[in-house]
Every structure is written in C-alpha cells, then in structure tokens.
Design a protein around this ligand. Structure first.
Ligand code: PGA
Length: 256
C-alpha cells in the first residue's frame, strides 16, 4: 500500500489582518517549519496571502487560498483568479467549502469549473464535500458525498487527480464543537476512496489525500488521524492559534 503523507491545512476563514497573519505564521514556522513528515498549509484571507507567503519563505509550510474564480481574468468585480494566486506563490486552494456553497450559492457545477481551473494553473484544489445534519438524518450522507465528489471532479483525468485533495467536512460538525465519530468519518473516507478507485484506478485512489474537517482539535485529532483513510485535517477554529495548530501538526507527525 502507498503511504500518503499526511496534510494539515489551516482555514483561517475571514479572520486575521495581514499583520496578525504574519505573527501566526512566524510562530508556526518556528515550531514546525523545518519538518517534512507532514505537509502543512495555511490559508489566510486574500488580503493576508502575500505577507503570509513572505513570512513562510524558506520553511516547509505552504500557502493556500480559500476560494478563487475559474476565469483567468476579466470583468468579474471582487474576484481573484488562479494566475493571480500563483503569482504570489500560492500552491493550494480550498474549493467548494460548505460556507461558499450555502452562503454564496456555489453549485457543484461552479465548484467543478474552479477545480479544473486550479489544476490547469498548477494549484492543488482542496475540494470540500459533506452532508448537512438533515441529510445525515435522512440517511443521505453517502449519496450527497458521492454527488459532490463526482460532480466536483468531472473532467479531471487520472493523471491529475493525484494533485487533488478532498476534504470531508460534515456541515453539522463545522464550527459547532460536534465532531464526527471516528467510525462515521472513516466510513465516509473509505467510501470516497472507493469512488475514486471506481472512477479512476485503485492506484490513483490510494494516492489521493482525504482530509477530515469539522471541529478537529488536539484532543480528538489522534484518534481521527489513526484511521486508515483519514490523511489529515482541514482545520478552522483551531488553526487561528499557533499552539493548537502546531499540536495538530504534531499529532499528524505521530500518526504518520
Ligand atoms: P472548524 O472548521 O474546524 O472550525 O469546525 C473547519 C472548516 O470549516 O474547514
């Protein structure tokens, strides 16, 4: 079996000024900026990307954005494109986060366009999928995750899907303090890997990292990260302080 390098990504959401972001990145770099066992990505808001990127220069920590437009340029007031992100050394981009889907009306079709644009520009998409509480209670979890994964990856070929990271984020667990049980999470992660094997190849499915997201904290991370198909975490709240974020990276190193 291929061993996948674990990935811990911090999704800062709409938090931190550029100066606050630099201070946080400096602390993260000082603690885990030299290790190579786990891939670490920080995703500041657009205004903090460039300065955070400068602060992590020379370290192993990477830079991610939280969203982007699928066109390269043009009359799209208020938007940011993949080439613009690449120009400031962004390597990853979160796409289809549930907050984008529910608060900003992003559809699977739009998310798919963004995934394709990211790959075309050598950005690694972190494609978020996950069910709401109502969907879980209706027994629709796997169906929802299947649709979001398949539609999100439409037109992605087997040579580039290895660059995609998938984040399973049950919507009811995001920012709520309610974490999925390890069994609930592992079941969905294994299901996603099975889907990838069916649509691409088993070798490809073994390569793709599938992160868990939703109230992941130092206290619950070791158990989640010990699951066979959980390859890291997309961290919201606990990524806003160096101490908890570094503890999560340390947990991932221990679980590698
Ligand atoms: P949370 O957010 O860790 O605060 O639950 C995760 C996310 O939305 O990516």
């Amino acid at each position: 079996m291929i061993s996948r390098k674990k990935l811990i990504a911090g999704n800062w959401k709409m938090n931190k000024t550029p100066a606050d972001g630099v201070a946080l990145v400096r602390d993260i770099v000082a603690a885990v900026g030299k290790q190579t066992d786990v891939e670490v990505v920080v995703c500041p808001p657009f205004t903090g990307l460039e300065t955070a990127g400068q602060a992590l220069e020379g370290s192993t920590v990477k830079l991610g954005a939280q969203n982007m437009h699928h066109e390269a340029s043009g009359a799209f007031t208020g938007e940011i494109s993949a080439p613009m992100l690449r120009a400031i050394f962004t390597t990853h981009v979160i796409l289809g986060h549930s907050e984008r889907r529910t608060l900003f009306g992003e559809t699977d079709e739009l998310v798919n366009k963004k995934v394709l644009a990211a790959l075309k520009n050598q950005l690694r998409p972190i494609l978020c999928v996950g069910e709401t509480l109502a969907e879980r209670e209706a027994g629709a979890t796997l169906k929802v995750v299947q649709t979001q994964t398949e539609r999100g990856l439409e037109g992605v070929n087997k040579d580039s899907v290895g660059s995609v990271v998938i984040a399973y984020e049950p919507v009811w667990a995001i920012g709520t303090g309610k974490v999925a049980t390890t069994e609930q999470a592992q079941e969905v992660h294994a299901f996603i890997r099975g889907l990838l094997a069916r649509h691409f190849t088993d070798a490809v499915a073994q390569k793709v990292r599938i992160l868990y997201g939703g109230s992941m904290k130092p206290a619950n991370a070791p158990e989640l990260l010990a699951q066979k198909d959980i390859d890291g975490g997309l961290i919201g709240g606990a990524s806003l302080e160096a101490r908890s974020f570094v503890e999560l990276v340390t947990a991932a190193i221990a679980a590698k």
